[in-house]
Design a binder for this molecule. Structure first.
Ligand code: SF4
Ligand code: MSK
Length: 648
């Protein structure tokens, strides 16, 4: 029998540990148990040298059989597998985007039901960014033209997607020179899949070229557009106070959890949950009200815009049900575990799927209809209210754990906070980096992973980096991990940040760790880096910035795509666990060394958090040296001639 880890090796926060113990007592099997039951992982899978691209296989690469039946070697097989992961990750973000584009188009054409354009300023700014001349046009016409531009980004057969033009010029030139600029999203993902079919692309370098190109359809297209539409339709996030961890569930209210990634349903649910009729219905069954909270990135979407509290990140989706206090968990797409109905069976919780492309045989499917959104949302809430009397008080144990946090750091907000109302600007950030009070920028993003001690790497790394005066930008489940630890408050700067970073945070009133949104909102991090470059003094290309990306506990194929688009953009990426490439020395070297020469950035596989901290610091200081901003100012005695030259 494989050995089972003690709860404190599975999770690092006390609420999760308590729920892991309760799950065991209640007979609920969680992801940690299943991870332990998996035992030692299959070596061929971990090394990326298992191939099932055709039905002569599956083939595996060993010293005795170094080639598959078709002759593919470890380099080809591992690179093909990796490209398929990038294609899947990019497809997930982009299909999420497609749904939003269709909704945006419907709104523009007056078919948007309960949805409206909420942020016209953002609409007009987006229109200008994507080349739509909005001057003098009514908002809906601007939206119609912009929706057309967005739609073409999917179907473009030749040339390159327009969204790439949002990147800095020097980076676009690199993409052009290397033929990395992708055509439409759909065509690029299809091409990636074609290239991995048996008997097509066998050159691992060419396959990684395809992986980088495909990833750009995610970060510099699908995700970028999804973020823009989210802001236009639901509002551009502004700093908002909220709370995080399982303690946000309320014993006397109907608890409704939203989980997944799509913001359209949750936006309407946030409205429906405040509806007096709904509240009256909740009271009629003996509850004090309705408590809406979130898991994963759907949570991040409603947190950023409405301050809806976050019950937990990826590995707390089952643990939230284990509290025994959740009436309904509503899932949409991505990161919703297949196990949810099994865990829910130990309690009274109903699992409701809402997407026609994401069902579960054991869950109730309530298809969410954008054109009738409010009624759908209310129907789902009624199911939650009806389920409240079924709650078994003997099974309820809500951990007394929640931390305050501030989220909502869109770039628009950062501009205003740094520059003030009258002169919106990134200048103070650039000045602080140039003067050395802030050493650099780290983006810490991504999931948590049931094979690791949940959140431990993310939170240790974050605390250490802010202590060393590195400002941290976060998204996704990594941001929630830090929210739970109280790292997303301005007060965190007071006792955890280094002196330089603290001074800056205090001066402008921001936390040292900025929550910038969901996984698709990594596009906000790309744009933040661009705004830093635009402000001047820190180079012309991303590869010159004292900045780095880290995915400490990643697990999703989406993270594979994200890592690739950061590297393709010239930003180094540290991965807390390697891609499935270790079975190919050549491929691993290509990703972790050779790409530096080609795109100006590379991957680092670093499972040890202390080594990651050192690597981040070294990387940032090396970039600072190259920019010449680490030069110690020499003391010089000026004579009159010098003074006249200085004009003082
Ligand atoms: Fe084996 Fe080649 Fe088929 Fe892969 S594509 S399963 S290596 S024969
Ligand atoms: S939800 S992709 S576990 S960050 Fe975006 Fe979290 Fe990773 Fe899913």
């Amino acid at each position: 029998m494989p050995k089972e880890r003690p709860p404190q090796d599975k999770a690092s926060d006390l609420a999760s540990i308590a729920m892991i113990e309760k799950a065991a007592a209640d007979g609920a099997i969680d992801a940690f148990c299943r991870a332990d039951a998996q035992g030692v992982t299959c070596r061929f899978g971990t090394d990326g040298v298992c191939c099932r691209m055709c039905h002569m296989g599956p083939c595996k690469i060993t010293p005795r059989s170094p080639l598959g039946i078709c002759g593919a070697n470890a380099d080809t097989i591992a690179a093909r597998n990796l490209l398929r992961e990038v294609a899947a990750g990019a497809a997930a973000h982009s299909d999420h985007c497609r749904h939003l584009v269709q909704l945006f188009k419907a709104v523009a054409e007056g078919r948007g039901g309960d949805y409206r354009i909420k942020d016209e300023t953002r609409l007009r700014r987006a229109a200008r960014s994507w080349g739509v001349d909005e001057v003098g046009l009514p908002a809906l016409e601007v939206a119609r033209q912009l929706a057309e531009v967005f739609t073409k980004e999917f179907s473009l057969q030749e040339g390159k997607v327009k969204t790439l033009e949002l990147a800095p010029g020097p980076r676009q030139a690199i993409w052009d020179r290397l033929a990395l600029a992708p055509r439409g999203i759909d065509a690029t993902v299809v091409e990636a899949l074609h290239r991995t079919v048996m008997g097509v692309d066998h050159d691992y370098r060419n396959l990684i070229h395809a992986a980088l190109k495909t990833s750009l359809t995610d970060g510099w297209c699908g995700s970028m557009i999804a973020t823009a539409i989210g802001d236009i339709l639901f509002g551009t996030p502004k700093p908002v106070r909220s709370r995080a961890n399982l303690g946000v569930l309320e014993a006397k209210k109907v608890n409704v959890l939203v989980h997944g990634h799509e913001p359209s349903l949750t936006e309407i649910l946030a409205i429906a949950a405040r509806d007096p009729q709904m509240l009256a219905a909740a009271k009629a069954v003996g509850a004090e009200g309705i408590n809406l909270a979130g898991i994963c990135c759907t949570a991040n979407e409603v947190l950023m815009r409405h301050g809806v509290p976050v019950a937990g990140n990826f590995l707390q989706q089952e643990l939230a049900i284990v509290t025994g206090a959740v009436e309904v968990m509503i899932t949409d797409v991505q990161c919703c575990m297949a196990s949810l109905p099994n865990v829910a069976r130990c309690y009274h919780t109903k699992i409701i799927t809402t997407s026609p492309i994401a069902k579960n045989v054991e869950a109730e499917a309530v298809e969410f209809d954008d054109s009738n959104a409010l009624d759908c949302a209310k129907a789902i809430l009624r199911k939650a209210i009806d389920n409240y009397p079924n709650r078994d008080p003997r099974k309820v144990a809500i951990p007394d754990a929640q931390s305050p946090m501030v989220a909502g750091f869109s770039n628009e907000t950062i501009f205003s906070m740094l520059g003030g109302t009258f002169r919106k600007s990134f200048r103070p950030l650039n000045d602080a980096i140039i003067s050395g009070r802030i050493r650099g920028i780290a983006g810490i993003v991504g999931c948590n992973n049931a094979r690791d001690c949940t959140d431990a790497y993310i939170t240790t790394l974050t605390k250490e980096l802010i202590q060393r005066d590195i400002i941290v930008l976060q998204t996704g489940c990594a941001a929630i991990a830090c929210g739970k630890q109280g790292l997303l408050t301005p007060e965190a700067a007071l006792h955890l940040a280094g002196n330089g970073l603290r001074e800056v945070c205090e001066a402008v009133g921001i936390p040292p760790v900025l929550h910038m949104g969901s996984c698709v909102d990594n596009s906000r991090i790309l744009l933040a880096a661009k705004f830093v470059l635009d402000e001047g003094g820190l180079g012309n290309d991303f590869s010159e910035l004292p900045a780095i990306g880290i995915a400490p506990e990643w697990m999703s194929e989406k993270a594979v795509a994200i890592g690739h688009y950061f590297v393709a953009s010239g930003v180094d990426v540290i991965l807390g666990r390697p891609f499935y490439t270790l079975g190919s020395q050549a491929l691993t070297k290509y990703l972790c060394e050779d790409l530096q020469e080609i795109v100006g950035a590379k991957f680092h596989y670093i499972s040890d958090v202390n080594q990651a901290i050192e690597t981040v610091v070294e990387h940032i200081e090396r970039k600072r040296d190259a920019l010449g901003i680490n030069r110690k100012l020499e003391r010089k005695l000026y004579d009159m001639k010098d003074r006249r030259e200085l004009n003082v």
